[in-house]
Design a protein around this ligand. Structure first.
Ligand SMILES: Cc1ncc(COP(=O)(O)O)c(C=O)c1O
Length: 320
């Protein structure tokens, strides 16, 4: 195939996606180490660049995208930024549906990348936005829906790329993998990839303590943006889970701040939450255990949120 001008242009940004480092975080005074896959180093700043690049490439291969196509997705923000980035580089129009609660920074990044943004009131969590996207697609044949919450490509890509990178980066035994879930793609895909090589590894879902739906609790407000959107996503069903860990919003914020102040890592709140749970698992598994987690996105996405207002954990405090 002769590459078009836009596919040539896209090469630059596509070459920056994936192959992120996996680094040890050595915690004192806990005397514990966890390994962190640095997904915040993807070009738009989050793990979602992988899915955005992959779903658009797949749609192109299948002939589902034309020059007048509109890529439409409902997202808490990071997938929207990633799709807007890919759309800009490949010359596709992108339209993002986002809940009013998503951070201002993500909205601005999406607009800056030239995509259209539509805000909705998430009365039924993400479900509201997904239903809205389906209705819009039924009325406009130009619309292509990546469907991050149910598209098996989301998990499959993590199984075949992200998990394989981790297995190459940590060639010895892996004892545990911990991640939160938004769509469930990272947890299901990386979980499957690690389990296939290390069947004894414990795959653990991190859940906000205020929205521990896997434990059968009712979802409530929390401050860990990007995870636990108020429903159990279909992709999570294929995650080979061995258990769940609840992390309070205040614990996630405190750890995110610690990652920045003690390790110099400017990451978002779900990264802090993942590390809280990963440390707990490392303590449970004992000395020498190798536990891996993800640092999902960058701190600069959260200037207007609790993360940058937060000073110390407040006993008994609850998310607004
Ligand atoms: C900041 C952040 N953390 C974690 C996740 C969860 O990833 P996944 O959708 O693969 O479950 C997301 C998803 O958008 C996210 O934006």
């Amino acid at each position: 195939m002769i590459p078009t001008q836009s596919s040539c242009r896209a090469e630059a940004v596509l070459a920056l996606i994936g192959n992120t480092p996996c680094v040890p975080l050595r915690f004192q005074p806990e005397a514990l180490t966890v390994w962190a896959k640095c997904e915040f180093l993807n070009p738009s700043g989050s793990v979602k660049d992988r899915f955005a690049a992959n779903v658009v490439a797949d749609a192109e291969r299948r002939g589902w995208l034309r020059p007048d196509s509109i890529i439409l997705e409902c997202t808490s923000g990071n997938t929207g930024v990633s799709l807007a980035m890919i759309g800009a580089a490949k010359g596709y129009r992108v339209r993002i549906l986002m809940s009013h609660s998503a951070s201002q920074e993500r909205r601005q990044l999406i607009r800056q990348l030239g995509a259209d943004l539509e805000l909705f009131e998430a009365t039924a969590g993400y479900r509201t936005g997904i239903d809205l996207a389906n209705r819009m697609a039924a009325e406009d044949s130009r619309i292509f829906l990546p469907r991050q919450f149910e598209n098996p490509l989301n998990a499959a890509d993590h199984e075949h790329t992200t998990a394989q990178e981790i297995l190459r980066q940590l060639p010895g035994r892996i004892d545990g993998f911990v991640a939160g879930y938004g769509t469930g793609g990272t947890l299901a895909g990386i979980g499957q990839g690690i389990k296939a090589r290390h069947p004894q590894a414990r795959i653990i879902a991190m859940e906000p303590a205020e929205a521990a739906m896997l434990l059968g609790e009712c979802p409530c407000c929390h401050w860990i943006e990007g995870v636990a959107g108020g429903f159990l996503p279909p992709l999570l069903q294929s995650a080979p889970l061995d258990g769940e860990m609840k992390v309070k919003s205040v614990e996630a914020l405190a750890m995110t701040k610690r990652l920045t102040r003690e390790f110099g890592l400017l990451v978002g709140t779900s990264s802090g939450a993942n590390v809280v749970a990963a440390l707990r698992l490392a303590a449970e598994l004992g000395p020498g255990a190798t536990v891996v987690t993800l640092l999902c996105d960058r701190a600069e996405r959260y200037f207007s949120t609790q993360l940058f207002q937060f000073s110390e954990p407040v006993a008994g405090s609850t998310p607004a």
